[in-house]
Design a protein around this ligand. Structure first.
Ligand SMILES: NC(=O)c1ccc[n+]([C@@H]2O[C@H](COP(=O)([O-])OP(=O)(O)OC[C@H]3O[C@@H](n4cnc5c(N)ncnc54)[C@H](OP(=O)(O)O)[C@@H]3O)[C@@H](O)[C@H]2O)c1
Length: 256
């Protein structure tokens, strides 16, 4: 039986880093999932035969079915499920079409839950589920509201699942980084260069996440900056927390 990793969003900033670091573990294959098949083939070229490209749109139920069928056909041992694919759009509530809302919730909320449900029967003692959430899950965040709310969903789902899995040897952990230097973050908004406080590298987030998962933690927070943020939002009233957030992003909002 092959010991595998299922990694979604493998071609993005954090995904590529997860791929690089997880290949150092004793695993036979990394099923690397994203929509762009060309980029997946390039990953295979760069990292070798253990990388199995799986082109699937996880915001579509057909993409989830595709993974279900692969699991049924190959019957692997899933050592790691890394639910990393996600999309983020900043903007006012009215900037979102119904279709965008549907795709965002499908990708950021439904896909990780459905993949988790599909993978658990193929897991064993020591298997690990990593759900890439965000520090934005800690508080309500106007103007990245849908994204932040979707990440809060993932964090809570992941931690509660970890309790339900007690005694199985399988663990579930939410990874909650602050700003990470990847393509996801716009460099400019409304003509203004964006400064991301506490920005960290993908390498650091992933190194800490894998280390924390091995320790059996249910949440991974990688920098002192985010640890302080986490504590502050627990202590301060939520209205004040949102005011502080708005003071930070106000200059990028234009005529909203
Ligand atoms: N960067 C940050 O500051 C930050 C902070 C906290 C948390 N996060 C979270 O970390 C995760 C990875 O973010 P990142 O910064 O690495 O983003 P990224 O560079 O934009 O990569 C996103 C990845 O997801 C894939 N993807 C997007 N839509 C998909 C779909 N419908 N079906 C399947 N795959 C899809 C993309 O490939 P295709 O486009 O080819 O499908 C790509 O591989 C996300 O969940 C994000 O919310 C990021």
């Amino acid at each position: 039986m092959k010991k595998i990793v299922i990694l979604t969003g493998a071609t993005g900033g954090l995904g590529r880093e997860f791929l690089k670091q997880i290949l150092k573990e004793e695993v036979d294959e990394v099923w690397s999932i994203a929509r762009n098949s060309q980029k997946l083939l390039e990953l295979q070229k760069e990292y070798g035969h253990k990388v199995i490209p799986v082109s699937a749109d996880l915001s579509d139920i057909k993409g989830i079915q595709q993974i279900k069928e692969l699991l049924q056909e190959k019957k692997p041992l899933v050592a790691y499920l890394i639910n990393n694919a996600g999309s983020a759009k900043m903007g006012k509530y009215s900037d979102f079409s119904i279709e965008e809302i549907d795709r965002t919730v499908n990708l950021n909320c439904k896909a990780p839950v459905m993949l988790t449900q599909l993978c658990i029967p193929y897991m064993g003692k020591g298997s690990k589920i990593l759900n890439i959430s965000s520090a934005s899950a800690f508080q309500p965040n106007p103007y990245i509201n849908l994204y932040a709310a979707s990440k809060a969903f993932g964090k809570n789902y992941s931690r509660a699942l970890n309790v339900e899995l007690e005694g199985t040897g399988i663990t579930s952990m939410a990874v909650c980084p602050g700003w990470v230097d990847t393509e996801l973050l716009p460099k400019e908004i409304n003509g203004k260069k964006v400064r991301y406080p506490g920005l960290v590298t993908a390498e650091r987030v992933v190194r800490q996440a894998i280390r924390d998962a091995k320790k059996g933690k249910d949440m991974s927070v990688c920098s002192l900056y985010v640890k302080c943020q986490h504590l502050n939002v627990k202590l301060l009233p939520q209205r004040l927390v949102m005011k502080i957030w708005m003071a930070g992003i106000g200059k990028y909002l234009g005529d909203n």
